[in-house]
Design a protein around this ligand. Sequence first.
Ligand SMILES: Cc1cc2nc3c(=O)[nH]c(=O)nc-3n(C[C@H](O)[C@H](O)[C@H](O)COP(=O)(O)OP(=O)(O)OC[C@H]3O[C@@H](n4cnc5c(N)ncnc54)[C@H](O)[C@@H]3O)c2cc1C
Length: 274
Amino acid sequence: MLDCYDIIVIGGGAAATSAVLTAKNRGKSIAVITNGEETSSLFKAERITNYPGLPPMSGSEMTVLFRRQIEENADVVIRGRALNVLPMDESFGVAVGNDFYQCRSLIIAAGITREKLYPGESEYLGRGVSYCATCDGMLYRGKTVAVIGNGHEAEEDAAFLESIGCRVIRLRENGRYEIKGGVKANCVLFRGEEFAVDGVFIIKDTVSVTRLVPGLSYENGGIVTERDMSTSVPGVFAAGDCTGKPYQLAKAVGEGNIAALSACDYLSRVSALA
Ligand SMILES: Cc1cc2nc3c(=O)[nH]c(=O)nc-3n(C[C@H](O)[C@H](O)[C@H](O)COP(=O)(O)OP(=O)(O)OC[C@H]3O[C@@H](n4cnc5c(N)ncnc54)[C@H](O)[C@@H]3O)c2cc1C
């Protein structure tokens, strides 16, 4: 039987940290699903001088502080990329690679998730294009696959695919690829050069929030939220850069706090009705 957490937080930046601290104070069980700290916007900031209570410091230093607080306060921290959210009767399932986690409410604190789709990516998804080597790798044993991605996860997946007997072509994510084929994808095209493949694994750092949760309203570059950070999907809250401008640390932290308080209220209401 799967553990069902009170709250799953997707993201590991400022908004997520704030949400975790507040939910923990309210006695909730919390799982955090997050990519590595280097993927946070904050990590790239040279010097933060407008955050109350802390002396000026680099974004990477501050990211380390936030991550430590998440580790110390969440019940579990799952390092990986949340691929999709499945709303169930009174809970949500979140897929991370081959694993599945369950919660009663969800906070999306995924930062800015600009996702450029390659031509052919959507068309061949499930027909030769996959986002998950652990899930689909075995289908390509003894065959040739391309792994498109830059990060640690892409390298891990490429190594995994080799270990199960795939021939792997590694392609960095920032190229201009086109995925072509017939019934199934069979070729990656790059600046006139064709790579013949049986499958294509696309391993990006993020999954666009527009694809993460079915039914989530999205407008002007952000998830649509009410003042209590609730979204168009009951039980799902959002905080930080993923709700839109301004992209600022203090705003992300404030929204994370409100999202956690609202998730706690939601859980009380749902429990009262049960
Ligand atoms: C160069 C630069 C300088 C900046 N300077 C300042 C400044 O001086 N002052 C200021 O106030 N703000 C500054 N900002 C903005 C600030 O960094 C952001 O507003 C803040 O980091 C937003 O926090 P967040 O938690 O919403 O998102 P993030 O910090 O981006 O964290 C989101 C995390 O969620 C992870 N994630 C996303 N999707 C998934 C998924 N599907 N599964 C698992 N994990 C996922 C991401 O990989 C990332 O680690 C700066 C930003 C940049 C880029």
